[in-house]
Design a protein around this ligand. Structure first.
Ligand code: ZN
Length: 312
């Protein structure tokens, strides 16, 4: 199985066996600054080279799994991904042409891929109603509802783009709306808001957390604002979908209990009749998306075999 995750700053890719074991892993640059065509070419080159490596190592490639940060039309194999400069790009056709073989190709959303990996062999194992919420450059959710990962025809899970800040405090979000969760509680937002408040440039949310630990009052204020909207978002999600477990991932979960315990306390204080979810750290880290891509592609192979269609 060739698996590639185009989310994040670098492409994460690998070869994954049927049991989920990663037999090869590497990262490669994603040439976003060179435009959408260059990103696609880099993806195609990566898939072809991983295929060649698999063959050289004595493996048979059964399918290809690719996860991307965008809206995927599963029927047509096209992708809209603003931060890859892809506008309805026929990614699946390009992959078929590049590998020159008829194997199943699974395209999925990077966060849903990560959520699926956490569900199958990570922090959400054994749940039927749960949430994977990575807090990174942006915020999106992988929602497990009654045992299924919800995709909403490619549109589901955009919890980062729900509004929790109103009035003059609302900032314009990259999505075009004002006051989104993501403008306050993503790792990128925490760094940006600290810099805006103090005039000091910081090296990401990690430095804000170091300042928080050192007693910096501006860092504490930015952090509190992020926690407040995250609690709002988790309470909303819990009220609507009743997860038994929420796994927080992405760069911010590096804060550990500094993040998780206030979220647990905040959610606990707000719930009245709702079922209270466990709030835990995701466990698969940066590998989750790539692993999820592979697991989804293996599922396709199994389904094709069971339906009697022989994959090439
Ligand atoms: Zn937004």
């Amino acid at each position: 199985m060739v698996a590639v995750d185009l989310g994040g700053t670098r492409m994460k890719c690998g070869l994954v066996a049927a049991d989920g074991a990663v037999v090869h892993r590497e990262t490669r640059p994603t040439p976003r600054e060179a435009g959408g065509r260059a990103v696609l070419d880099a993806l195609l080159e990566t898939v072809v080279e991983l295929w060649q490596k698999a063959t050289a190592d004595g493996h048979r490639v059964r399918a290809i799994g690719v996860v991307v940060p965008g809206i995927i039309d599963a029927d047509n194999g096209t992708v809209v991904a603003e931060n890859l400069a892809w506008a309805d790009l026929p990614v699946r056709d390009a992959l078929v042409a590049a590998v020159g073989a008829d194997v199943p190709i699974v395209l999925a959303h990077d966060v849903r891929g990560g959520g699926y990996a956490e569900l199958r062999q990570g922090a959400l194992t054994g749940t039927t109603n749960s949430l994977f919420l990575p807090l990174g450059t942006g915020i999106a959710a992988a929602m497990v509802v009654d045992g299924s990962l919800v995709s909403g025809d490619g549109y589901a899970g955009e919890l980062g783009h729900t509004r929790f800040i109103h009035g003059d405090a609302a900032e314009l979000c990259a999505c075009g709306q004002w006051g989104c969760l993501e403008t306050v509680a993503s790792a990128a937002a925490i760094a940006r808001r600290y810099a805006a408040r103090t005039g000091r440039t910081v090296d990401g949310a990690r430095e804000v957390l170091e300042l928080l630990a050192a007693g910096d009052s501006d860092a504490a204020a930015v952090w509190e604002e992020a926690l407040t909207v995250l609690v709002d978002a988790l309470v909303l999600y819990t009220t609507l979908v009743a997860p038994t477990r929420i796994a927080i991932g992405g760069g911010l979960v590096g804060a550990g209990e500094t993040l998780l315990q206030p979220l647990r306390d905040g959610v606990h204080a707000r719930l009245t009749f709702q079922r209270e979810p466990e709030i835990v750290a995701a466990v698969l880290g940066e590998e989750a998306g790539c692993l999820g891509a592979a697991l989804m592609a293996w599922d396709r192979v199994t389904a094709d075999e069971e339906s009697g269609e022989q994959p090439a």
